[in-house]
Ligand binder design. Sequence first.
Ligand SMILES: Nc1ncnc2c1ncn2[C@@H]1O[C@H](COP(=O)(O)OP(=O)(O)OP(=O)(O)O)[C@@H](O)[C@H]1O
Ligand SMILES: Nc1ncnc2c1ncn2[C@@H]1O[C@H](COP(=O)(O)OP(=O)(O)OP(=O)(O)O)[C@@H](O)[C@H]1O
Ligand SMILES: [Mg+2]
Ligand SMILES: [Mg+2]
Lengths: 165, 165, 159, 159
Amino acid sequence: MCLKRVDIQGFKSFGDRIKLELHSGLSVVVGPNGSGKSNISDAISWCLGEQRASSLRGSRMEDVIFAGSDKRKAVGMAEVTLTLDNTAKLFSLPYGEIAVTRRLYRSGESEYLINKVPCRLKDIQALFMDTGLGRGAYSLIGQGKVDEILSSRPEERRHIIEEAA
Amino acid sequence: MCLKRVDIQGFKSFGDRIKLELHSGLSVVVGPNGSGKSNISDAISWCLGEQRASSLRGSRMEDVIFAGSDKRKAVGMAEVTLTLDNTAKLFSLPYGEIAVTRRLYRSGESEYLINKVPCRLKDIQALFMDTGLGRGAYSLIGQGKVDEILSSRPEERRHIIEEAA
Amino acid sequence: MSSQFTTAFQEINGNFSVVFQQLFGGGGATMSLTEGDTLTCGIDITARPPGKKNQNLSLLSGGERALTAIALLFAILRYKPSPFCVLDEIEASLDEANVNRFANYLSRTSEEVQFIVISHRKGTMEQADTLYGVTMDEAGVTRLLSMSLEEKPDRKRLA
Amino acid sequence: MSSQFTTAFQEINGNFSVVFQQLFGGGGATMSLTEGDTLTCGIDITARPPGKKNQNLSLLSGGERALTAIALLFAILRYKPSPFCVLDEIEASLDEANVNRFANYLSRTSEEVQFIVISHRKGTMEQADTLYGVTMDEAGVTRLLSMSLEEKPDRKRLA
Ligand SMILES: Nc1ncnc2c1ncn2[C@@H]1O[C@H](COP(=O)(O)OP(=O)(O)OP(=O)(O)O)[C@@H](O)[C@H]1O
Ligand SMILES: Nc1ncnc2c1ncn2[C@@H]1O[C@H](COP(=O)(O)OP(=O)(O)OP(=O)(O)O)[C@@H](O)[C@H]1O
Ligand SMILES: [Mg+2]
Ligand SMILES: [Mg+2]
């Protein structure tokens, strides 16, 4: 089991901090329409380095920061941390556990951290490249997107094989 | 109730002639994946005058003619007839019942008939214009297409109101 | 043209906000005309599920978007019922509670408009007056099973 | 590059046809390289559900397309398992029988790959080792419900 924990705060509908502890085997997330399930998958994809606001269903990146509700005010920062188990040395870093953090402030400023040490977006994207989780990742399938593997044009399909090669 | 019957023969997966008798109220069509449910809705939209093969999930219009199966050969013609009740004078024709037929042969030749009398495609399209069933019809929603009402650009949404105006 | 368009727009917009509230059990939705004269302008849509802030349509969830689109469709049909309407699995992304609200609304509206609905969902099947089974017992060839005309309890009146 | 690509392509293609047959209970699927050298060519896909003729992918039904795409995804994961995999309602258009085949396959594969699956379907929920509930009891704010670690009977071995 690789992904041990997901911490989300101020990202999309997560007005309060939540901590998702994962276990081995098959994890299934359930809940009513609009309750925040796809927002969890957006949080994971954002933390892995997703740069296109449209892939996160927004028009500007600020759309991912909690905008408030009827009873709450908007907040100023979105933060997501993925805690990964690296005992199988899947990632080229000398740690047994890796915590990847991404922050975005309303000012537009971003921060990236690996095990609480500031780094650049490039470092995070390099970490996940060629693992199936990088850009063009086949292992993150958003809602309504399963068809895209088939419906892209023949020359677009080759990147799926290249990512795995 | 307006649509009384749908007769389909040689259209898509309808290797045998089928007759769908409709009743008033809510009709619900059920069945396993790939059994031919959406093909019924394609047959209706084709008979109403749909000219784009891609809206019928094909690449050429010949794709709508029964192509055969493991045990059957392909056929040479697709034919669909919609029998409509016109006692409420919804359509500008002097008949109490209107049967609209469309045929396509492998040769590429098409035939259109109203109450068994040959006519042109234009006559069929004129019959259904401004009723909500014409081109840009809001009352035929294909599988996975419900989102299109919202996702089109603002200037595209106006045709929905114009069709109903 | 433009006065016909304006009348249609205003009526449909009024229906849209009523139907949206019925389907979502609250909240609000509205359409507005973009810049330009009524012959060329576009239409903006805002939707606000109950208890939430007004947001960009694209931030709605899969189910919320489908339900908003369904509300708009019903709003248009209320203004101008079409002779019949064919809907292919439009409620696929709704949860149980929303499917039941949708199926109830559909059943009430089917007194004015003839609906032919393709569905896998229990809530929708339960509201059927007539159920049609489609099968491929011979691979590759579609056959219709005999219809079962359900004697629906008169709950329609109650819906 | 090109020999790595060719090996990956051949292995994934082999997996694709095996997994397709398992998910559909028969039929066949395959990928082929379009014209041009291995550095620029595209990939064509043909899929044939059991008992049917080879046809253009676009003529497949909604459920058949989704199941074919799922078969390709599993074929790639079999060749190169990724550290984890997040799937958001990918089985929404499948009927009961196909959901159960999919959920069985998922459960078997989850011994090699960690899956986090968002779903509304009963067949998928039943295969979960851990179920996470998401709610908005305060409107507009997502909260997690306590997990229920299901004691799954050892049916995984039986699947
Ligand atoms: N920046 C934000 N601030 C507050 N709320 C947000 C923000 N971005 C998105 N949301 C809210 O999140 C909700 C959508 O959540 P999500 O897409 O995760 O739902 P879901 O559980 O996947 O539902 P479904 O089952 O319909 O797919 C929307 O109602 C939207 O208003
Ligand atoms: N010209 C044709 N000749 C023979 N079969 C065809 C033809 N065109 C399409 N088909 C077949 O029709 C089937 C698709 O049927 P359809 O899309 O109606 O399924 P469906 O019942 O809507 O399924 P789902 O529940 O998955 O949406 C495909 O398997 C395809 O092979
Ligand atoms: Mg969702
Ligand atoms: Mg279908």
